[in-house]
Design a protein. Structure first.
Length: 324
């Protein structure tokens, strides 16, 4: 990354001089923040050398670091121009630094839930619009693949599949402490997001990471997530559901997560290397799939077959609006 510092000089005064203003312009991506300070003043009666300094501060915010791969040399060049009497002077300083070889700070994995536009106002805290790329899965169940595209993903409120990439409002199903705040219905897809700056090794392309998805009902899927854009360090993918029962048998590594008749716990695991020891570390996120709807006798607890339920708005007596 190259930064150039330049000055804008006002009309020169013969009695004392005027302080100049120095600005920094970045000639590359805005992944670093530079602050330039010019302490020089023009004084035609003082021929002593003047000085100007640029102070560079590296802003290690996640989105900034994600745009520069590991072990990248960054050369910063600062130039200042100033005048002493009738003479113009230019001074240049160059500093070269290298980005870290390994970053395992802030790595996390989250299970996300799609929020339809009609419910955007009621979206949980932490919901945000993400660019969701197409997902792939490994039919062999191997973390190394090979991978093929995930099938049709139908969002809540839709009758047909959604073409990816797509900008979707997604909300975490767990709060910042990992406590569940929501659960999935049996007919909605599960979205998985991994934040890993260390997995961004090429700032020019959208890269991929792999997660292992399992359920308490016995399903297992290897899902490949794609970066939401070049150098974001954020990777997102989706799995559609399939209901197990009747003529449908449980199938693993088929690019869909299978749901049985009972409540199920699902878990996504992302493996990454510890920067100090080099050992593999697993980051996990879990949630629950709602059980199939059961109507039971409140006195005996026995299931009631063939029951039909109507939800009524008590204020109007009309059918209630069902949001999920």
């Amino acid at each position: 990354m190259l930064a150039r510092c330049s000055t804008i000089r006002p009309a020169r005064r013969t009695d004392s001089g005027a302080a100049r203003t120095m600005f920094c312009r970045l000639a590359a991506r805005a992944a670093r923040l530079f602050l330039c300070i010019d302490g020089a003043q023009e004084k035609v009666i003082a021929p002593a050398p003047l000085w100007a300094s640029c102070l560079f501060f590296l802003a290690l915010v996640p989105t900034a670091f994600a745009s520069t791969p590991a072990n990248t040399l960054i050369t910063n060049t600062a130039t200042t121009n100033y005048t002493v009497g009738a003479a113009d002077f230019t001074r240049t300083a160059i500093a070269t630094v290298s980005t870290a070889a390994c970053v395992d700070v802030g790595i996390k994995i989250e299970l996300l839930q799609y929020v339809p536009p009609s419910r955007a106002a009621q979206a949980a805290a932490g919901a945000r619009v993400e660019n969701v790329p197409p997902s792939k899965y490994a039919p062999s169940g191997a973390l190394a693949g090979p991978f093929i595209p995930v099938g049709n993903v139908v969002l809540l409120g839709n009758q047909t599949g959604t073409a990816f990439p797509a900008a979707l409002l997604l909300a975490p199903v767990n709060d910042s402490g990992g406590r569940p705040t929501a659960s999935y219905a049996r007919n909605e897809p599960v979205f998985v997001r991994v934040v890993s700056l260390d997995a961004n090794t090429n700032a020019a392309v959208a890269e991929t990471v792999t997660v292992l998805w399992t359920s308490s009902g016995g399903d297992s899927e290897v899902l490949q997530l794609t970066e939401t854009g070049p150098a974001t360090g954020v990777f997102i993918g989706a799995l559609p559901p399939t209901i197990v029962g009747g003529s449908t048998a449980l199938a693993v590594n088929d690019g869909k997560f299978s749901i049985t008749a009972n409540n199920e716990t699902i878990k996504a695991v992302y493996q990454h290397s510890d920067c100090v020891t080099g050992s593999s570390i697993a980051r996990t996120s879990s949630s629950v799939i709602n059980s199939s709807s059961l109507v039971f006798d409140s006195a005996t607890g026995a299931p009631v077959n063939g029951a039909r339920i109507s939800l009524v708005n008590s204020a109007t007596g009309l059918p209630a609006a069902v949001l999920c």
